[in-house]
Design a protein. Sequence first.
Length: 598
Amino acid sequence: MHLIIYKAMIKGIEQLVSKVFQEQYGEAPIAESIQIQETRKDFEGDFTIVVFPLVRIAKRKPEEVAETLGNLLVNNVLEIEKFNVVKGFLNISLTSSFWTNWLSNLSSINSRLPKAESRGELMVEYSSPNTNKPLHLGHIRNNLLGYSVSEILKSAGYKVYKTQIVNDRGIHICKSMIAWEKFGNGETPESSGLKGDKLVGKYYVAFDKAYKAEILELTASGKTEEEAKKEAPIIQEAQAMLMKWEGGDEKVTQLWETMNAWVYAGFDKTYARLGVDFDKLYYESNTYLYGKDKVTDNIENGIFYKKEDGSVWCDLTNDGLDNKLVIRADGTTVYMTQDIGTALLRLEDFPKIKQLIYTVGNEQDYHFKVLFKILEKLGYSWASNCYHLSYGMVDLPTGKMKSREGTVVDADDLMEEMSQKAKEITTDLGKLEDLEETEKEVLYNSIGMAALKYFMLKVDPKKKMLFNPEESIDFNGNTGPFIQYTHARIQAILRRGKERKSVPFDEFELEEKEKSVLRLVKKLPEIIEESAVNYSPAVLCNYLYDLVKAYNSFYQSMPIFDDENAGQESFRIELTKQAGETIGFCLTLLGINAPERM
RNA sequence: GCCCCCAUAGUUCAAUGGAUAGAACAAAAGUUUCCUAAACUUUAGAUGUAAGUUCGAUUCUUACUGGGGGCACCA
């Protein structure tokens, strides 16, 4: 209710300024010249009018214009208490009663956000791993980003389907299969106790080792490196196996199904601990032929063309891109073909979605430019809405992570480390000794995951980020645990607050620190929208951190419970409650738990 | 060679063309008979280089330097 009043007030101010300029200086400024923004932290005020653009019309000094406008507004707008001028900036302060009124009439968070599912349907793809090795730190960024963006879009009023494309076929899985056949001695996750994805990954590494040894042997006997790579028996076996798989060979298919099932069981555990989920899975083995059919169907109409050798291409040179191969001369497909098939299948399954969002690393920027262009050429109107949520790589101090060089940071190991560190810190602080052991374990995990998630999400997705395994992730400062801690402390206040009698807020002067918190609480809907428009949990993280800082500063400098001043006490408890709800809500969108105690 | 992205304190990250470029970590100092000190309050420290557009540029344009990525009948 008061949001509307605030907006109407701002609009009224704009009209007032416009009118006064018309009367005094003979010219009304264009809308863009009336710039109203929030006041910067270091200055006093609730919002600021930038007068520089108005100076041209007024032909007066910026300070003079600001002074004139300031007086005008104080005299004409009830909610404005005072103003100050710094250079060309007119900082305006609202009255305390505006803020106390605003708070006492504040409605629930959901009622301040767009109505659920009112803005149409979207699909967000994320994770999409290969099935030959375990998930690593790069996948963690992908998963957290995709999950959080999905949740943010939901809260911004969209219906969101979370999905992935499981890269379950191809030479990579055949490599693991061959190595398992040769060296595995029938090892299973049950027989060795190894997590399924780890087991399959182990044989992928074993393959690579054997392959390298064979290459070495061949080059020693006089072959060139290139020849050796092609002629090594083990790679030829893998390729032969892939052909058999494509031909539907029963024995190969069975092994493929078995080993993939191991991997999925392993992935499921990792996803569960990460706290991410999916509404619908797509498997490459189901979509690649579909894509191939679609391509074949569109050769005659000229969208694709066939070369003499039988390969099929798409000419995108008129769109500033290159020629793109979509079917090889031997009739097999490439990634692009599968992605075409997957996209079309998704729109058949969910005809109402108006946008596909792909959470995939920025090394594939070109791939998605091409994909979207091809879909457009195929005549799909939704193609131009597709969005590649392109994120930067996670680098180590030594450079890029490389699985073959053993420099990957394993997802499960990292999560376990984070949890252990949370346990150490929590135990040292000794605040939770009365909790049950199982409750403690849950909490350690939630704190460790908060540190990890916030660490990854606070960085602008587009930017690459650095992870240094030597300096493990912080738990102090601008971190997930810090935000959780503030939330927990707020809950302690609210538990005590329940026993106090709530009275209407009296008229009293607000402290600047109280206003700072309220300003931020009020800003939530704008921030959700900004995060959604930019597909950026980082925007939300920055906001959340500002809010938490502001609340802590308030908390530290003034008492909440006060027997002498019931109105002020009730006000501060309500302010605490709203800050707590806002923090909790944001944490949920980031996939972070908001503990009651810690 | 062609194309794309990035460059901010010692380090990791912020800043719809607006103020005195914000934080955190690391460094230095202080705050607990009081609601959780995983906190709060101070101090010191940065826009790669050179032009341009603008009343105003970390932000837009161009060149240069340095780093990353992409240009496969790989995935």
